[in-house]
Design a protein around this ligand. Structure first.
Ligand SMILES: CC(=O)N[C@H]1[C@@H](OP(=O)(O)OP(=O)(O)OC[C@H]2O[C@@H](n3ccc(=O)[nH]c3=O)[C@H](O)[C@@H]2O)O[C@H](CO)[C@@H](O)[C@@H]1O
Ligand SMILES: C=C(OP(=O)(O)O)C(=O)O
Length: 540
């Protein structure tokens, strides 16, 4: 029987660690643990396939092979190459087999050398999670293209699958097809996956159309201090949703909205609260006007998707959205998620602090304009390609080529504002850039209670970062970066900032417990290595 401990199979190569599958109910057949190594791996493939509810023929289709080949694999009669194991893991949406021992991942970074060449920005985490939640509205088939393969996406997928949604990656692994069943198994929700992401809060908007009462685990996420969910509750009350928070879960009850039309003034111009209001409005009869709406990139992606579904929405890119809802949304739609501004900002920062000549391709320029204006004032030299559109036909993209530049501190403080201001998720990167600039930069994070604190870890790499209070840091440069061993803070962007500081520091640094980075970045280390960075991934 499979235990929650890791199983180790000795087969043709050094050590293969098999990730445990969730425990099966007592009456389901348990995997073989005896027999040859190939039979044991075959049994694991079979159990993972059954766990995903796939037939051998369906798995074969995902692998691009025959049903008899799958049968052979499961019986242990097929020699498995690493490539085939990788494809099996992708087809089964579970990292079935990984090389090397399990445990937290660390990086050994040898820095101090410029990067070179070009790198292409991937699609955004924040749009992906919103669109995955939005797919719950659709009776038809939703295909999301260019989805980033990141842990945050996998967490939402685990939750969706646990309530009965079918979510299948194509063989290349970046397009995802979702089909929502007529009835959802809300009692079977994967509470563990749900609690690890804040985005679960965006289930409220779609689910109020699906059940009169339901429960959701509390939303989690990075440790950035308290993040209120009250604006979500205030907005969704207008659609008849009442939520009581009790014993680690939200208990929701739904009654029909009392008016045909409604105007909702959001108390905060938050991204996910705007998305939740849109998700609720999309299938609510009548007209919903959302004022003080976020017009940020993930909201724009969501509006474009909902428009494809047939929802009439005015005001894309503005702070007033007018939604004429349709109680039934039933369309087979394909939507390509747009490029991630935060990834682009991370890659630009990598180039800036390593004084590199580097091109960041497919940067969503509209969501980087203030950032580039501030960087220009700081002395950054760069050139832009002519603009072009993302695959969604809307988002403006450009390739940004950096030149090695001597930076100076900006005269004014750097602070975020809702879009079209400087993105709060870009603020941590300004701390690393300010450390490379001459002079003192005041960085004011009024948004998060706890994120600026994590930036003081940059002092370990030689930066002069003074925490004036929990919201303000004073960074004085230029820094003589030095290599160091640092443990990742429990926050995604500050963790990446440490990695970027290490790329700037001569010598070999160690960044410990980097698993949090996989929550929002796909193949970040491999891509940096392709640009000339020296990064080795290791485990204890
Ligand atoms: C999945 C997703 O899309 N996550 C993004 C989203 O999270 P999300 O929409 O969840 O952001 P929050 O609701 O946590 O807002 C961030 C913080 O800002 C405060 N606040 C926000 C807006 C406002 O007008 N006034 C105000 O005070 C909130 O109280 C909170 O403390 O938006 C954040 C702010 O852009 C980004 O950092 C997150 O990456
Ligand atoms: C704060 C972030 O995201 P989330 O809302 O998923 O915690 C982020 O992307 O930096």
């Amino acid at each position: 029987m499979v235990s929650q401990a890791y199983l180790t199979c000795e087969i043709a190569w050094p050590i293969v660690t098999v990730t445990p599958l969730p425990l099966e109910p007592a009456d389901t057949p348990q995997p073989e643990t005896e027999g040859t190594a190939m039979q044991r791996v075959g049994a694991l493939v079979r159990d993972a396939r059954r766990h995903r509810g796939l037939t051998q023929a369906q798995l074969a289709e995902r692998l691009g092979t025959s049903q008899s080949a799958v049968a052979r694999i499961e019986q242990g009669g097929q020699n498995l190459t690493l490539d085939l194991l990788d494809r099996l893991s992708q087809a089964l949406d579970s990292e079935l087999i990984t090389l090397g021992p399990a445990g937290p991942t660390h990086l050994r970074v040898t820095g101090g050398t410029p990067l070179q060449g070009s790198v292409t920005v991937k699609s955004s985490k924040n749009a992906a999670v919103a669109l995955l939640c939005a797919a719950l509205l659709n009776r038809g088939r939703t295909t999301l293209r260019n989805v980033a393969r990141i842990v945050e996406v996998e967490r939402i997928l685990d939750v969706l699958r646990s309530i009965g949604v079918s979510a299948v990656w194509n063989t290349a692994g970046h397009d995802l097809t979702l089909v929502v069943p007529d009835s959802l198994d809300l009692a079977g929700i994967d509470a563990d996956a749900a609690r690890r992401t804040r985005s679960i809060i965006m289930f409220l908007g779609p689910l109020l159309h699906r059940a009169d009462s339901f429960r959701l685990p509390y939303a989690g996420g990075c440790d950035l201090g308290t993040r209120t969910v009250e604006p979500h509750m205030i907005a969704l009350r207008r659609f008849g949703l009442e939520v009581e928070a009790h014993a680690g879960e939200y208990r929701a009850s739904v009654s029909p909205p009392t008016t045909a039309d409604r105007t909702i003034v959001l108390t905060e111009r938050g991204d996910t609260v705007t998305e939740n209001a849109l998700l609720a409005a999309a299938r609510t009869d009548g007209t919903t006007t959302i004022r003080n709406a976020s017009s940020n990139y993930m909201v724009q992606d969501l509006v474009l998707y909902l428009q494809l579904l047939g929802v009439d929405i005015e005001g894309l890119g503005t702070t007033t959205l007018v939604v004429r809802g349709r109680p039934v949304l039933d369309a087979d739609v394909d939507y390509t998620i747009s490029e991630d501004p935060v990834e682009a900002m991370s890659l630009l920062t990598a180039g800036i602090v390593t004084r590199s000549e580097l091109t960041v391709c497919r940067a969503p320029i509209e969501f980087l304009e203030i950032e580039l204006a501030v960087l220009t004032e700081m002395g950054l030299r760069y050139s832009l390609s002519p603009e072009y559109r993302a695959a969604n036909g809307h988002t403006r993209l450009a390739d940004i080529t950096l030149e090695p530049s001597d930076l100076r501190a900006p005269i004014d403080k750097v602070h975020p504002m809702p879009f079209p201001g400087l993105n709060i998720d870009h603020l941590p990167f300004f701390a690393v850039i300010a450390a490379a600039a001459t002079g003192s930069t005041l960085i004011h994070d009024w948004v998060y209670d706890n994120r600026a604190i994590h930036l003081s870890d940059l002092t370990r790499l030689g930066a002069d970062v003074r925490l004036l209070d929990p919201h303000r840091v004073l960074v004085t440069g230029p820094t003589r970066w030095r290599a160091a061993e640092v443990v990742c803070p429990p926050a995604l962007r500050p963790a990446v900032c440490l990695l970027l500081g290490m790329l700037a520091a001569k010598g070999t640094s160690v960044l410990r417990n980097v698993d949090i980075i996989a929550r929002g970045y796909e193949h970040l280390y491999e891509r940096l290595v392709e640009m000339g960075a020296t990064i080795e991934v290791f485990r204890d």
